[in-house]
Design a protein around this ligand. Structure first.
Ligand code: BG6
Ligand code: MG
Length: 216
């Protein structure tokens, strides 16, 4: 049985449904730029940094744009996203997320956030849980984005727990890859096609079985 001392949670798509807002904001930008972008295309953007997301979205079209235009598009998308963030309230947890947080604290776990988003603190503040976490690792703390393990390694350091004792909860393929590369236990909450590489997989946050994870 592996000793577990800390949980590192991805934010978008694990704690709250901001993954949907990211999609809508990218979709608006793509429509304006007359680039085809569907929910299927969006799969490749999950967990990925803002810049990398834009690169994937534009594909070959990227050569049409100058660096200045690329930066402007990143900002435009973020402005659309921030409008959605203003609608978030303390009720906007994904089903099971509040119970998960409480359950982890009850078990004496250190709990950290490991998110690629530069809006992490805004989202946590709107949810009313900024102070809940023992550590926060976000889009400002490391330069290499997922699937590099850096954002989770930083989170482990922030709570003072070696990575081998950490469990990561993720809804993105890139995030599961980051956790595995970092030598952590990976819990995927998404379809098998997306997070099948994880040690544990559940359909959603509400389905996470902590007893199963702790007894393995
Ligand atoms: C991740 C999301 O958490 O953060 C991605 O899954 C997003 O979709 C990335 O692109 C960066 O977020 P932000 O808020 O810094 O643009
Ligand atoms: Mg996510």
């Amino acid at each position: 049985m592996r000793e577990i001392k800390a949980f590192i949670l991805d934010l978008d798509g694990v704690v709250t449904d901001t993954a949907e807002y990211h999609f809508r904001a990218w979709k608006q930008l793509a429509d304006e730029e007359r680039v085809t972008f569907t929910r299927e295309h969006n799969e490749a953007l999950r967990g990925v940094s803002r810049r990398k997301s834009l690169e994937i979205l534009l594909g070959d079209h990227i050569s049409r744009y100058t660096e200045e235009q690329i930066l402007e598009m990143m900002e435009r998308k973020n402005n659309y996203y921030k409008i959605y963030l203003e609608t978030i309230t303390k009720d906007d947890f994904l089903p099971g997320a509040k119970e998960l947080l409480a359950g982890l604290k009850e078990r004496g776990m250190k709990v950290a956030i490991g998110s690629a988003s530069k809006n992490t603190r805004t989202v946590l503040t709107r949810l009313g849980i900024l102070d809940f976490f023992d550590g926060i690792s976000d889009g400002y703390t490391v330069s290499r984005a997922k699937p590099a393990p850096d954002v989770f390694v930083y989170a482990a350091g922030a709570v003072g727990v070696p990575t081998e004792y950490c469990v990561v909860i993720e809804d993105a393929k890139s995030g599961v890859q980051a956790a595995l590369t970092g030598g952590m236990v990976a819990v995927g909450i998404a379809p098998k096609e997306r997070v099948g590489a994880a040690h544990f997989r559940y359909d959603s946050t509400a389905d996470i079985d902590l007893d199963e994870i702790f007894s393995s």
